[in-house]
Design a protein around this ligand. Structure first.
Ligand SMILES: [Ca+2]
Ligand SMILES: [Ca+2]
Ligand SMILES: [Ca+2]
Ligand SMILES: [Ca+2]
Length: 300
């Protein structure tokens, strides 16, 4: 017996047992059991208190308030995505944004290329007046000294509420005045968007150059809108810039090299084009050069 007790005591010492440890274990177990019961009791007692308490009633509407419901609903519904369809699907105020690959202002799915020429020939074109129009090295050029008003035109491309016209423009020499795009042409009458004083040789504008929208009749042009805020200086070394006109209802937007340089709301352009489209030149002593002329219309 004694030897057995000694062995037990020894084992107890080696294992690190003590009376204190045993008491601790018991306390921990008791606390856990005691704690678990009151918490469960508290949970069980809370719901009956809610319906009878006015404070809880007040709290309920806050819990079931609209923001919580709206958040749940917003997360559940998929956000509408913009599609190319002539409708503002995502409701951001822009129609078919990010669907204009060529940047002409007309959505890809709705546009029709009505005409495009790299000016290898000038055979389909007509012109009136004293302009010196001719094709040279695959470009259309016009230029001579003296005041004149020259419009070259193509055939009738029909009517559209939304149309866009683009051309590449360059200059050589000096004392170049006005060059641009024409539509709704009836020989010497036309709507024109013109780029004036591109080399600043006449010092008319600061910064250099100016864009205007005018209606010209037999050489007399009535200005409808203009802007000279953009720097439109270009060296006369035959380097091309792109001029683009977007007419959407009564809204006219003019861009140069992809930057909007003039916007106007002008009721007289409603239903004006594209019709007979063309190019405009006035008093370009050194010479203006045109290339890659294109016209697009938006399908109904
Ligand atoms: Ca949109
Ligand atoms: Ca759309
Ligand atoms: Ca486009
Ligand atoms: Ca001139």
């Amino acid at each position: 017996m004694l030897s057995s007790l000694r062995i037990c005591a020894l084992l107890c010492i080696v294992a690190g047992c003590s009376e204190y440890d045993l008491k601790q274990e018991t306390i921990v177990e008791d606390r856990g059991d005691t704690a678990a019961v009151p918490v469960a009791d508290d949970d069980t007692t809370e719901p009956p208190a809610d319906p009878s308490s006015p404070v809880d009633d007040t709290a309920r509407p806050v819990d079931t308030g609209e923001p919580a419901d709206a958040d749940t609903g917003g997360g559940a519904l998929p956000e509408p995505e913009e599609e190319c369809n002539g409708v503002d699907d995502d409701g951001d105020g822009d129609i078919d944004e990010a669907f204009d690959a060529n940047g002409n202002g007309i959505a890809d799915c709705l546009e029709e290329e009505s005409y495009c020429t790299p000016f290898d020939t000038f055979e389909d074109w007509s012109y009136a007046g004293t302009g010196d129009w001719h094709v040279e090295s695959g470009m259309l050029t016009e230029g001579r000294s003296g005041f004149y008003d020259a419009i070259a035109w193509l055939y009738d491309l029909g009517a559209a509420n939304h149309f866009a016209i683009e051309v590449s423009l360059a200059w050589t020499g000096s004392l170049n005045d006005l060059a641009g795009i024409a539509w709704g042409v009836n020989e010497t009458d036309a709507f024109v968007v013109r780029w004036d004083d591109p080399q600043g040789d006449y010092g008319r504008y600061t910064p250099t150059g100016r864009i205007d929208l005018s209606y010209c009749s037999a050489g007399a042009c009535t200005e409808l809108a203009s802007s000279s805020t953009a720097d439109l200086y270009r060296v006369a070394d035959q380097t091309f810039s792109t001029m683009a006109v977007d007419v959407n209802g009564d809204q006219v937007t003019v861009s140069v090299d992809g930057v909007v340089v003039m916007t106007a709301t002008e009721s007289t352009v409603l239903g004006s084009g594209p019709g007979v489209v063309g190019l405009y030149s006035n008093d370009n002593d050194g010479g203006v050069w045109f290339d890659d002329f294109c016209v697009w219309t938006e399908l109904d």
